[in-house]
Design a protein around this ligand. Sequence first.
Ligand SMILES: [Zn+2]
Length: 445
Amino acid sequence: MKRKAFIKNSALTALGMTAFGIKSSFSNSMASADTLKVNEQRISNRIFELAKFGLDDKGRGYRVAYTKGDIDGRVWFMDLMKKAGLNPTIDAAGNIIGKRKGKNASLKPIAFGSHIDMVPDGGNYDGPVGSLGALEIIEVLNEHNIITEHPLEVIIFSNEEGGTIGSIGMVGRLTPQGLQQKSQSGLTMAEGIKAIGGNPDNIESCVRHKGDMHAWLELHIEQGGILEREGLKIGVVEGIVGLRHWIVTLEGFANHAGTTPMNMRQDALLAASKFIIAVNEVVNSVEGNHVGTVGKISAQPGAYNVIPGKVVLGLEIRDLSDDKIDMLFAQMEKRAATIANESKVKINFELQPNASIPALTNKALQQTINNASKELGLTTKFMQSGAGHDSQEIAVIAPSAMIFIPSIGGISHSPKEFSTTLDIANGANVLLKTILAIDKGIAGL
Ligand SMILES: [Zn+2]
């Protein structure tokens, strides 16, 4: 870009300053830190560019972790990071990390980012909004020659959708067994991490500890429909719910459906039906945002003319409080005991090992996000995240927070996933303001 065009453009959109490098550590007169805004069009364009990587032969998104689409998307993203002066590196767990120096090298970094991998046939916003939003913060700071006190880090976590593998690695919870698990790509986690430039043989080298990060922030789409339904702009995430799964086995007696009188049956499927309704009733009878679901069912032997002798259900409960999950489960067990008695069916619960504990976000950061939103004229709602995120892992080692923007129609993990350009820019502006506020110093951090 020519210098004359550059000056013209920078006045309009603040594009291109990075081509001239960061010359000094003072804010120039173009905008004070309080009025800085992200470039809405640039984020939007980049979301569409990233969406081109990993399309399958039917044109559906397939940027699944460790596949070619993921690898190509990561190369593209790192190229943008390089252009923004972030010198990206890949840690042992395959996370992409870009660093920007602060004025005070003795301070711990303010880190922010998200992920760019997706579920099979997923959408273009879950992950990319927070990843490209994070990069946009760097672009804007570069363009206005602003150097923060704290160093900044943009982190793009690897394989979020396959079990937040990158962030689990970063907090030191990726075990040898975990590395041998198969991923959606068909590769094991270890093979996949190798394929994206990580080093599973030296996984400990990426581990960070308490105190290594000043704060962690993630901008993300809500993935539910609450903000849109209530006409609100920003979700201040209070925490990410914990979840537990149980396999529920109901054993009755399989018998001839024609010759066994109704009062002599031990129908496991009938008991299961009553239990499914009981789960719903228990969940609805208690005040709060918890959810409970029976999402899986199989009946045996599975024939028109045989009374079902055995049913296996999948039960899930999610909430921000482990105690609440305990309490709900205890009530469900009680109802199950009554149903078992009345139906002459045995009901057994088996807790599954994939439970995740609830992760609360930092209160001071929640307030900072709320204040930043209010200053931008954006309405807010304090809410929980019903979906899992890398932030729940990082919350163990650093004060963490999440900023949600509306998902149109509450749709996610689908090609129909959508957030408006304006909402994305709003979220990125809140992220920017929050980072600058943290940099100035927040009580409690
Ligand atoms: Zn996500």
